[in-house]
Design a protein around this ligand. Structure first.
Ligand code: APR
Length: 316
């Protein structure tokens, strides 16, 4: 059987951690790519990780490179290249720099790995997914953004902390963009099938919603740069669903046209992930309050895309 291949673009905090999770889960061979100035970092991290194989018991070739020819034949590409937030910055503050980076990386992906599924992680996520879509020219099913899995994981973690229960038993859903106006859905949150509203008071649920929304910012404040363990873990869960054709239902930034009445933007929705990438968006019912919050979040996504289009007309 042919081993799968995962390329991770950007060998920084998120990228190297993605490589770590992907290798330790034995998802396939891993290629860690960075700019020529940092090729030594990519190669050093790859070699260090490869030497974990005998201890952690995984067989995977792990290489570091700055040559995009090495990503040829990748099944999945996780795109983490870009600058992260510093304290006091919003994700949107990164837009000009990261569009340039994501555009140039995407063009290389299109040239060397034209059949891959791309999972975008760079921020501001909703604008970067759009950029990767336009710059690769890939069909919409092979472009995804990682946001929902992470945001939901944070929400699940905070609910479990409040209940003192296992995080595994908390199931939740979230919609919208990857900003502070994301829309966690307590109505679709349950603890082993029991609606969360039966187990926690509304104020506590609201506090968990608010903490999940600014969960990334809480970490930036604490450590001076953006999170990487959970963002990488979330990205690799998506990659695993695709590589193993698991048909997992995960919240991802996926292209929605008629779905949820979005009209042609990538936004966070529940979707089925399998070997075809994003195979289906699952439509769910929203009540009036949820719909209003979702529309506000989508309108923020549209504003971000407009910033990209105005600054980079070639990406229209
Ligand atoms: N090609 C490949 N790698 C690049 C390129 C490029 N054109 N431009 C920058 N990089 C690399 C940088 O050299 C750096 O090693 O991307 C890496 C980014 O790593 P970090 O600075 O550690 O940032 P990280 O915390 O990993 O965040 C990366 O993910 O979650 C988002 O907001 C976050 O946008 C940020 C991205």
């Amino acid at each position: 059987m042919r081993r799968a291949k995962i390329s991770v673009i950007g060998a920084g905090n998120v990228g190297a951690t993605c490589a770590h999770w992907a290798a330790s889960k034995e998802l396939g061979d891993v290629v860690l790519v960075d700019i020529p100035d940092k090729v030594g970092v990519a190669q050093g991290k790859a070699l260090d990780l490869a030497c974990c194989g005998p201890i952690e018991r995984f067989d995977a070739n792990v290489i570091g490179t700055s040559d995009y020819k090495d990503v040829a034949g990748s099944d999945v590409i996780i795109l983490t290249a870009g600058i992260p937030r510093k304290p006091g910055m919003s994700r949107d503050d990164l837009i000009q720099t990261n569009v340039r980076i994501v555009k140039s990386v995407s063009e290389q992906i299109a040239e060397y790995a034209p059949e891959s599924v791309v999972i975008v992680v760079s921020n501001p996520l909703d604008a970067m997914v759009y950029t990767a879509w336009k710059a690769t020219g890939f069909p919409t099913n092979r472009i995804l953004g990682q946001a929902g899995v992470l945001d939901v994981a944070r929400f699940r973690t905070f609910i479990a902390m409040e209940l003192g229960c296992s995080v595994e038993d908390v199931s939740a859903l979230l919609l919208g963009g990857h900003g502070d106006d994301m829309v966690p859905l307590p109505r679709y949150t349950s603890i082993h099938g029991i609606p969360v509203s039966q187990l926690l008071p509304q104020e506590t649920i609201n506090a968990c919603v608010e903490r999940a929304k600014v969960g990334g910012g809480e970490i930036v404040k604490l450590m001076g740069t953006s999170a990487y363990y959970a963002p990488a873990s979330a990205s690799v869960q998506m990659a695993e669903a695709i590589i193993k054709d698991k048909k997992r239902i995960l919240p991802c930034a996926a292209y929605c046209d008629s779905e949820f009445g979005v009209g042609g933007y990538f936004v966070g929705v529940p979707c089925v992930l399998g070997s075809g990438g994003m195979e289906k968006v699952l439509q769910i019912d929203l009540d009036a309050g949820e719909k209003k919050l979702f529309e506000e979040s989508v309108s923020h996504v549209k504003d971000l895309v407009k910033v990209v289009q105005d600054a980079f007309p070639e990406l229209k």
